[in-house]
Design a protein around this ligand. Structure first.
Ligand code: SAH
Ligand code: SF4
Length: 411
């Protein structure tokens, strides 16, 4: 159950059982409706003694018209609006920094708690391709990460806390709102076309909040996004992959990074708990849930290329064997170094020959494009350079370039 829902019952209890309700209301935190999925909001309205269809109406105001003031919700009675005003709020996380660049990239730094470390970033990058215009948003799910992958600077920061549903969906809300701020409410539209859960954190370790947030992304009363355009990336929390298969239909990306257990134990320590055989089997089960309309026709395999570590011809051969029964598309990611990183980036030639081996074996294999002038900027290094804003912008550009590559390979 979400923190929001818990807060809801706290409010209801205070109102129902306390004789001096008005005095109590001042001390009770208002419930943030921004992060509620439709079932959660329907329950909220029913608990208030209201009809549950109100939930859909309010969700449309919030997520399609970007309204945060109840008085602007014109199809809701004045009495209910007043009631909502008293006990609820619609509040995205606080923006402490934003940067809209000329090339269309938009970046936000959100404060999600006290202190310098409680910042998360979200980046949107537009792209044109054969499927048309795209705006891809890279969303964070946690502050820091507990999984400590050896090539990832987010992991090096350790885990601080999970983001709430309102903080996760708030990143998407803010990105959409940024295009509509000056547009009259009636003419507002949703702009973000793709979401990748590839920001800070391991999304499957903040499962409920991430799941409900993705439900809001897909909900026609909210963002109505295509399930193929919402991608969850995981380093391999096997039981949660199975749970995800039961709970929602979205695209899945796996951070593989090694083709044998010995090496993967070193690079992606969660492999010690859920080794490769279990991970690949879980991916196969995820795909088996396929329907004609499913987002699960294949799994995207992310593979960061570490010089002399996982980029040799024998690793490509191992990958061919490992993935032979798994419908997959492979995305090779040139490693983005960060200070004190124990790895270097594989040479361009090494990456190309790795790709060729896989393509020759019949795999769709793409290389994430990088620019030569920002090679010290890094994907997955977000928190490590919190104080260095210039670098962070470059890191995020690379992160999104990687995401776009994945979306392209998904067609
Ligand atoms: N925790 C999830 C999602 C966030 S990481 C996961 O691991 O999948 C998003 C992607 O960035 C992952 O594929 C991750 O392995 C990759 N990444 C992390 N650090 C990187 C680095 N220094 N260079 C290139 N890719 C990196
Ligand atoms: Fe966490 Fe993903 Fe970084 Fe690993 S790569 S430490 S799972 S954010």
């Amino acid at each position: 159950m979400s923190t929001e829902a818990v807060a809801v019952s706290a409010v209801s209890d205070a109102q129902q059982h306390t004789p001096s309700a008005p005095a109590q209301e001042k001390t009770v935190e208002k419930v943030n409706l921004l992060g509620m999925s439709r079932p959660q909001m329907e329950k909220f309205f029913e608990d208030m003694g209201e009809k549950k269809f109100r939930a859909g109406q309010v969700m449309k105001w919030i997520h399609q018209y970007f309204v945060t003031d109840f008085s602007e919700m014109t199809n809701i009675s004045g009495k209910l609006r007043e009631k909502l005003e008293k006990i609820c709020k619609i509040k995205a996380p606080e923006v402490v920094h934003k940067n809209f660049s000329k090339d269309g990239t938009r970046k936000w730094v959100f404060r999600v708690g006290d202190g310098e470390g409680s910042l998360v970033e979200t980046v949107l990058i537009p792209a044109e391709d054969k499927t048309g215009s795209r705006k891809t948003l890279c969303i964070s799910s946690q502050v820091g990460c507990a999984l400590d992958c050896s090539f990832c600077s987010t992991g090096k920061q350790g885990f601080q806390r999970d983001l709430t549903q309102a903080e996760i969906i708030g990143q998407l809300w803010m990105a959409n709102y940024s295009y509509m701020e000056d547009v009259p409410i009636a003419d507002r539209e949703r702009s973000v076309t793709n979401v990748v859960m590839m920001g800070m954190g391991e999304p499957l370790l903040n499962y409920d909040a991430v799941l409900n947030s993705m439900r809001i992304m897909l909900d026609d009363f909210a963002y109505g996004m295509s399930k193929r355009r919402v991608t969850l990336s995981t380093s391999g929390v096997v039981p949660k992959i199975d749970q995800l298969a039961e709970d929602i239909d979205v695209a899945l990306a796996i951070s593989l990074h090694a083709t044998n257990n010995e090496l993967r134990n070193e690079l992606v320590p969660i492999n010690k708990k859920y080794p490769l055989e279990q991970l690949i089997a879980a991916c196969q089960r995820y795909i088996k849930k396929d329907g004609n309309e499913s987002a699960r026709k294949h799994v995207t395999i992310e593979y960061v290329m570490l010089d002399g570590v996982n980029d040799k011809p024998e690793h490509a051969q191992e990958m061919i064997k490992l993935l032979k029964d798994l419908p997959s598309k492979i995305n090779l990611i040139p490693f983005n170094p960060f200070p004190h990183a124990p790895y270097g980036r594989s040479s361009r030639n090494r990456i190309i020959s790795f790709q060729k081996t896989l393509s020759d074996a019949g795999f769709v294999c793409t290389i994430r494009q990088t620019r030569g002038d920002d090679i010290d900027a890094a994907c997955g290094q977000l928190v490590g350079q919190v104080a260095d804003r210039t670098r962070r912008a470059e890191q995020w550009k690379k992160k999104i370039a990687q995401s776009n590559e994945i979306m392209r390979s998904q067609g």
